[in-house]
Write a protein that binds this ligand. Sequence first.
Ligand code: ASP
Length: 334
Amino acid sequence: MKKILLIATGGTIASKPTGSGLAPQITSEEIISCVPELASLCQVSTLQLCNLDSTNLNCDHWLAMARCIEDNYRDYDGFVITHGTDTMAYSAAALSYLVQNSRKPIVLTGSQKSIYVRDTDARRNLYDAFLYACDEQAHNVHLVFDGKVILGTRARKTRTKSFNAFSSIDYPEIAVVRGGKLVYFVPDTAAYPRYPLFYHALDPKVFVLKLIPGIDPSILTYLKDHYDAVILESFGVGGVPSYNGDSAFTDAIRDWIDSGKTVVITTQVPHEGSDMGVYEVGHSIKNDYGVLENYDMPLEAVVTKIMWILGQTKDPELVRYIFYTPVQKDIIAT
Ligand code: ASP
């Protein structure tokens, strides 16, 4: 029987009502005791890494999750991480960069309702996550939720309340759980090394700026003193404004690039990504200034990939090279 380690971090799945709203209080042991059917799938051990609403997780927690997997890698066949849904897509993406080429599956799951609620989705999601973690064809980092298996670099929370809370962005779901069995749509046929590549550094100084019509470019100058990278969520296929022919916005971007910092243009449109060469408002800034663009990479992956890259190097040419090098299918349509 396979040995799977449950790493509990909190979230709604572990929450109980308090006088001031739901808060994580249920332990990893209690969570497992709610799904006795797991005993027929595998041997489960549990570890309580933290017990937090995922709103309160940051880069340090992602590093701690990766370190916990590294410390226990030889002793288990797979890992299930229970996690709040609000930032689960960021954690899944971060782990996809921090633990690469893992033969053993690393599966994130959670729920929209506490595991103690009568009509909860927690028990099903947990069972499905373990089902996937025990499967021979499962590798690397994935998120399992509402019967879907989604690549760690492609997940996004797209519903705040419904059980089908997560979507796979611009990439098919890897598999679904149907009638208690896994049905694969994208089988993984890669050969894996015995041991994955673990990374231990992230640069948290990454800012996401969502453009709105009429935005004041001086915000970019302020941000430059506080951050190493800025990700501009621009409009459509990607571009930056010049109001009445004014070059203040592009000047501010040039200033960022000239100081060796990273600028990435993404889009606020949920699907199909950027293509900056299409319009004049994107073309020159891409070609003349050396900004990066996300193409089809989801924002959660862009943010954590830049944090991971800047954790290893600040050399702009290397940053560019690594950014456009696919990791776990995070970027395809360049
Ligand atoms: N606020 C919760 C969290 O992210 C929401 C959830 O888990 O569904 O921890």
